[in-house]
Design a protein around this ligand. Sequence first.
Ligand code: PLP
Length: 403
Amino acid sequence: MSVTEITHSEQLIALEERFGAHNYRPLDVVIERAEGVWVYDVDGERYLDCLAAYSAVNQGHCHPRILETLIQQAHKVTLTSRAFRNDQLALFYAELHELAGFDMALPMNSGAEAVETAVKAARKWGHKVRGIPDGKAEIIVCANNFHGRTVTIISFSTDQQYRDGFGPLTPGFTIIPYGDAKALREAITPNTCAFLVEPIQGEAGIIIPPDGFLKGAAAICREHRILLMCDEIQSGLGRTGKLFAYMHEDAKPDVLIIGKALSGGFYPVSAVLASKEVLGVFNPGDHGSTFGGNPLACAVARTALRVLIEEKLVERSAEMGTYFLNRLKTLRSPDLKEVRGRGLWIGIELHSAARPYCEALKDEGILCKETHDKVLRIAPPLTITREEIDWAFDRIRKVIERG
Ligand SMILES: *Cc1c(COP(=O)(O)O)cnc(C)c1O
């Protein structure tokens, strides 16, 4: 191949393939900038982002208010460590309490770190409060879960690939089928301290459990005095048309885990929200993170939450999600198995691999990502307009109905 035939994108892709670990298989689009629901590649092509960084950019790419906060705070102070206090963290705590109604919060960075924090809190609560012998605590989780990628978290994944070769794994987890309250009841032992669950399973392919499952699970947990821990890292903060997905069933968990859109995509910010009884098990030195709760993260998260509320993005998600879902339900193709969703979180399940559809959609100017082989996930920023949905729908229809 002569040098003149190599485009800018191709060179960058070659560099990435040569020098980066191959732990992802991205679509071959090299994004250079973004605004709202649109992203632009290095060759100047425009795409509508229907992944929104796995729901981390619910507020839309490069939201101007969050950007302004990031810049302002970066000029003031970015990192103090938790060896000292900072103003933004205190305000962030108070605002999280007001928004979500939990006694306390513990800030971390990535989602996986927040899940790890919740696991540690549940185990310690089990021991200190419930009297479960140290080292014996059990946590019940669901098949096809996705909670992150650390060794402990993949230890209770049912995806063989996530675990393959990474042992020895962490014990202490019991797996039940997703959506099965009876199985939950039967899996509880005297050593069970918690049930960790996604209110809607995202990575598994937008799997919505049977009606009443979460509420039933909450009742079972209360009855047996075990903690209901909802991982709302992806489902939370408006994605499903409610502030948190548990609100569809009014099944408030004991522990709520959030991340992703908590920063509007500017910065890794996550948190575990819970009662004083649960987070109170942590004493100084028990747990921590150099970057967790830093003033830049907290300032960004405060504005990201404010944008979500003030721009009524939760209500938008419900309204636009219903509109988009109803349009997508009119699609007709022998390869189409099911279209389902809540809010702007829509799964198009196919009988064949979804990846070729993603490639075809990319060529039409829409970016989305297959999840679990046969599901196309449609999850644009919550700022998407009706006109943009119509634009996307025409292209999705063309690709799906062509097969
Ligand atoms: C993305 C995700 C995580 C992990 O978050 P990271 O920031 O990638 O570590 C955990 N749980 C759920 C439900 C997620 O969608």
